[in-house]
Design a protein around this ligand. Sequence first.
Ligand SMILES: [Zn+2]
Ligand SMILES: [Zn+2]
Length: 138
Amino acid sequence: MNAIFKGGCLCGAVRYQSSAAPVMAGNCHCRDCQRASGGAYAPTLFAPTAAVAIDGEVRYFEVKGDSGHAVSRGFCPRCGSQLFGQVEVMPGLLAIRAGTLDDPGLYQPAIDLYTARAQSWDFMDPTLPKFPEMPPHA
Ligand SMILES: [Zn+2]
Ligand SMILES: [Zn+2]
Protein backbone atom coordinates (compact mmCIF):
# COMPACT_ATOMS: atom_id res chain seq x y z
CA MET A 1 0.00 0.00 0.00
CA ASN A 2 1.15 3.47 -0.83
CA ALA A 3 0.76 5.31 2.47
CA ILE A 4 -0.28 8.96 2.27
CA PHE A 5 0.08 9.19 6.04
CA LYS A 6 0.70 6.84 8.93
CA GLY A 7 0.91 6.82 12.65
CA GLY A 8 0.51 4.87 15.85
CA CYS A 9 0.00 4.89 19.59
CA LEU A 10 2.53 5.76 22.28
CA CYS A 11 3.67 2.18 22.96
CA GLY A 12 3.73 1.10 19.31
CA ALA A 13 1.26 -1.79 19.68
CA VAL A 14 -1.16 -0.06 17.31
CA ARG A 15 0.03 1.17 13.93
CA TYR A 16 -2.00 2.48 11.02
CA GLN A 17 -1.51 3.77 7.51
CA SER A 18 -3.85 5.39 5.04
CA SER A 19 -3.78 5.09 1.26
CA ALA A 20 -6.09 8.11 0.96
CA ALA A 21 -5.63 11.74 1.93
CA PRO A 22 -7.78 13.19 4.72
CA VAL A 23 -11.19 14.35 3.50
CA MET A 24 -11.76 16.78 6.38
CA ALA A 25 -10.10 17.96 9.53
CA GLY A 26 -11.09 20.00 12.55
CA ASN A 27 -10.62 20.68 16.24
CA CYS A 28 -13.50 19.42 18.39
CA HIS A 29 -14.00 21.34 21.63
CA CYS A 30 -16.93 19.29 22.98
CA ARG A 31 -16.95 18.13 26.59
CA ASP A 32 -16.67 14.47 25.63
CA CYS A 33 -13.51 15.18 23.62
CA GLN A 34 -12.15 17.24 26.51
CA ARG A 35 -12.70 14.36 28.92
CA ALA A 36 -11.51 11.64 26.58
CA SER A 37 -8.37 13.50 25.53
CA GLY A 38 -7.62 15.27 28.80
CA GLY A 39 -6.97 18.40 26.77
CA ALA A 40 -8.75 21.50 25.53
CA TYR A 41 -9.92 19.86 22.31
CA ALA A 42 -9.44 16.85 20.06
CA PRO A 43 -7.55 17.59 16.83
CA THR A 44 -9.17 15.19 14.38
CA LEU A 45 -8.84 14.32 10.74
CA PHE A 46 -11.13 12.04 8.77
CA ALA A 47 -10.17 9.50 6.12
CA PRO A 48 -12.24 6.88 4.29
CA THR A 49 -12.38 3.88 6.63
CA ALA A 50 -11.68 1.52 3.75
CA ALA A 51 -8.39 3.29 3.01
CA VAL A 52 -6.96 2.89 6.50
CA ALA A 53 -5.12 -0.31 7.44
CA ILE A 54 -4.81 -0.85 11.19
CA ASP A 55 -2.42 -3.27 12.89
CA GLY A 56 -2.84 -4.16 16.55
CA GLU A 57 -5.75 -4.36 18.96
CA VAL A 58 -7.96 -1.29 19.28
CA ARG A 59 -10.65 -1.11 21.95
CA TYR A 60 -13.66 1.15 21.43
CA PHE A 61 -15.66 3.06 24.02
CA GLU A 62 -19.09 4.17 22.83
CA VAL A 63 -21.23 7.07 24.01
CA LYS A 64 -24.29 8.79 22.60
CA GLY A 65 -23.45 12.17 21.12
CA ASP A 66 -25.90 15.07 21.52
CA SER A 67 -27.63 14.05 18.33
CA GLY A 68 -28.51 10.78 20.07
CA HIS A 69 -26.26 8.91 17.66
CA ALA A 70 -23.33 6.79 18.72
CA VAL A 71 -19.77 8.08 18.87
CA SER A 72 -17.06 5.48 19.49
CA ARG A 73 -13.55 6.40 20.52
CA GLY A 74 -10.82 3.85 19.88
CA PHE A 75 -7.74 3.50 22.03
CA CYS A 76 -4.78 1.21 22.57
CA PRO A 77 -5.62 -1.10 25.51
CA ARG A 78 -1.93 -1.30 26.43
CA CYS A 79 -0.93 2.39 26.64
CA GLY A 80 -4.31 4.14 26.53
CA SER A 81 -3.51 6.40 23.58
CA GLN A 82 -6.61 7.56 21.75
CA LEU A 83 -6.27 7.01 18.04
CA PHE A 84 -9.60 6.65 16.30
CA GLY A 85 -13.21 7.62 16.30
CA GLN A 86 -16.31 6.33 14.57
CA VAL A 87 -19.27 8.64 14.34
CA GLU A 88 -22.61 7.05 13.47
CA VAL A 89 -23.71 10.12 11.50
CA MET A 90 -20.54 9.92 9.36
CA PRO A 91 -20.58 6.37 7.98
CA GLY A 92 -17.58 5.28 5.97
CA LEU A 93 -15.24 7.76 7.62
CA LEU A 94 -12.67 7.04 10.28
CA ALA A 95 -11.66 9.83 12.64
CA ILE A 96 -7.98 9.91 13.52
CA ARG A 97 -6.39 11.95 16.31
CA ALA A 98 -3.78 14.21 14.75
CA GLY A 99 -1.33 13.77 17.61
CA THR A 100 -0.90 10.09 16.69
CA LEU A 101 0.44 10.87 13.20
CA ASP A 102 4.10 10.03 12.63
CA ASP A 103 4.29 13.54 11.20
CA PRO A 104 1.70 15.60 13.11
CA GLY A 105 2.75 18.59 11.02
CA LEU A 106 0.61 17.14 8.23
CA TYR A 107 -2.51 18.08 10.17
CA GLN A 108 -4.29 21.10 8.75
CA PRO A 109 -7.45 21.90 10.74
CA ALA A 110 -10.14 23.56 8.62
CA ILE A 111 -12.67 24.39 11.36
CA ASP A 112 -13.29 24.61 15.08
CA LEU A 113 -16.46 22.81 16.22
CA TYR A 114 -18.39 22.72 19.49
CA THR A 115 -16.80 26.07 20.36
CA ALA A 116 -19.76 26.78 22.70
CA ARG A 117 -18.23 24.16 25.03
CA ALA A 118 -14.66 25.49 24.82
CA GLN A 119 -12.84 26.39 28.02
CA SER A 120 -11.51 29.88 28.84
CA TRP A 121 -7.95 28.52 28.72
CA ASP A 122 -8.45 27.09 25.23
CA PHE A 123 -6.78 29.32 22.65
CA MET A 124 -8.11 28.95 19.09
CA ASP A 125 -6.73 30.02 15.74
CA PRO A 126 -8.85 33.12 15.02
CA THR A 127 -8.65 32.53 11.25
CA LEU A 128 -10.53 29.20 11.34
CA PRO A 129 -14.31 29.10 10.81
CA LYS A 130 -16.10 28.43 14.12
CA PHE A 131 -19.23 26.38 14.78
CA PRO A 132 -20.88 26.51 18.23
CA GLU A 133 -21.89 22.84 17.85
CA MET A 134 -21.78 20.43 14.89
CA PRO A 135 -21.30 22.14 11.52
CA PRO A 136 -24.38 21.74 9.31
CA HIS A 137 -24.28 18.53 7.24
CA ALA A 138 -21.08 17.29 8.88
ZN1 LIG B 1 -0.18 1.59 22.68
ZN1 LIG C 1 -15.84 16.29 20.36
